[in-house]
Design a protein around this ligand. Structure first.
Ligand SMILES: Nc1nc2c(ncn2[C@@H]2O[C@H](COP(=O)(O)OP(=O)(O)O)[C@@H](O)[C@H]2O)c(=O)[nH]1
Ligand SMILES: [Mg+2]
Length: 366
């Protein structure tokens, strides 16, 4: 066991991976050779007690550390915090589920040490890299489309910008860390977008293994995260991922509102009753979808969800007043009806977003 300080910190985000940790540590031990390494498991308070397993491993092996995060979920945020806890010259990020082939780590680190690159990506799609198993045809297609879209944002061709397996110089990471979006799923893409052209990138092929234990957490939200990240970067950070989601959810709510209003009136309810019903249904559905998607990392449950819903009604009520106030003021100042209408909606929606972020889902915004 080395007593010198590590050359590389391996950051492994975990959520319900307890069975995989001991195997990963054993595999690293076997593969890292002379490289002084440590591994930081960043666990989001997994119900299966992954963090307990990690801390147990840590007692037996000082190269193992564990950062247990509570009250939060999120892959990118976990990777960012793990990497920020490192003092080593190099940081590698890899999944804890053994899908990433650890045997290429020495080659990745060598490229950084020889100063051939500032970021080295473990790639499924270059040279003899591959990902047939454990990667459904649908995901393979989505991944291809996403790769093409990504090249626009990062301003260069990288074969696997969505990889969760990469290594970089810590100084590069420290420089970009403050501008990274912690609510995302694709941290490498964000790093490449933030460093646009200023760093040298190399790729090392590997075979993406199939998962043996535990379940994949990749879901439709990961796709939404990805699109949000693209918009955030393309608008120079003017529009945040959350704000974009909030607006999309708002637009869905508007459509739902009109549908309910129409059905209500066809069913013989008077306009006022149908309009009130549509308003309550749209607000409730907006709250539920926002809770699931926009604020999935701080999801309200049980009683606090009910409290959140009531606060959301109040926020939206005040937002509607702000909307009507601004629109009427512009209208009487002789603006055309549609400019007044749109301005009202923008003010109301922005108000709803800001107030919801402060009062309903309380935590810092991204
Ligand atoms: N800390 C943390 N880790 C996560 C979270 N979601 C996924 N992970 C871990 O990130 C890695 C990749 O997730 P996985 O579900 O395997 O994604 P896939 O390989 O794309 O299917 C695994 O080690 C997961 O345990 C999360 O919300 N928080
Ligand atoms: Mg995986």
């Amino acid at each position: 066991m080395q007593s010198i300080s590590p050359t590389v910190t391996v950051v492994a985000p975990t959520f319900n991976e307890s069975q995989n940790l001991p195997r990963l540590v054993a595999l690293l031990d076997k593969t890292m050779g002379d490289i002084a390494w440590e591994i930081v498991f960043v666990d989001d308070d997994s119900p299966d007690g992954t963090w307990k397993v990690a801390k147990q491993l840590s007692q037996d092996d000082p190269r193992v550390r564990c950062l247990r995060r509570v009250g939060r979920r999120g892959l990118a945020g976990a990777c960012i915090e793990g990497a920020l806890s490192s003092a080593a010259p190099y940081v590698a990020v890899m999944d804890a589920d053994l899908q990433h082939d650890e045997t290429i780590l020495p080659a990745m680190i060598a490229k950084l040490q020889n100063d051939e690159a500032d970021i080295v990506i473990g790639s499924r799609f270059v040279g003899d890299g591959s990902a047939e198993e454990g990667f459904s045809a649908r995901r393979a297609f989505a991944s291809k489309v996403a790769t093409h879209l990504s090249s626009i944002v990062i301003g260069r061709q990288v074969s696997d910008p969505m990889s969760g397996f990469f290594a970089l110089k810590r100084e590069v990471f420290e420089t970009v860390a403050p501008s990274l979006i912690s609510s995302g799923f694709k941290i490498l893409l964000d790093i490449l977008a933030s460093t646009r052209g200023q760093v040298r990138v190399a790729e090392v092929p590997y075979h993406f293994r199939s998962r043996q234990e535990g379940l994949s957490k990749f879901d439709s939200r990961a796709m939404m995260d990805f699109l949000g990240l693209l918009v955030h970067r393309l608008t120079g950070g003017a529009i945040s991922v959350r704000f974009l989601f909030f607006m999309i959810v708002g637009a869905i709510g508007l459509a739902l509102h009109l549908v309910v209003l129409r059905i209500g009136m066809l069913a013989g309810l008077g306009f006022e009753v149908a309009q009130s019903l549509a308003t309550v249904i749209a607000m409730t559905s907006n709250f539920l979808i926002n809770n699931l998607l926009t604020y999935s990392d701080m999801k309200l449950r049980g009683l606090s969800a009910l409290g959140g819903l009531l606060k959301f009604y109040v926020v939206c009520g005040v937002g509607a007043l702000a909307n009507i106030g601004v629109a009427s003021w512009l209208f009487v100042s002789n603006e055309s009806w549609w400019i007044a209408g749109i301005a009202g909606v923008i003010v109301g929606a922005t108000f709803n977003y800001t107030m919801s972020s402060i009062f309903v889902w309380r935590q810092q915004q991204n």
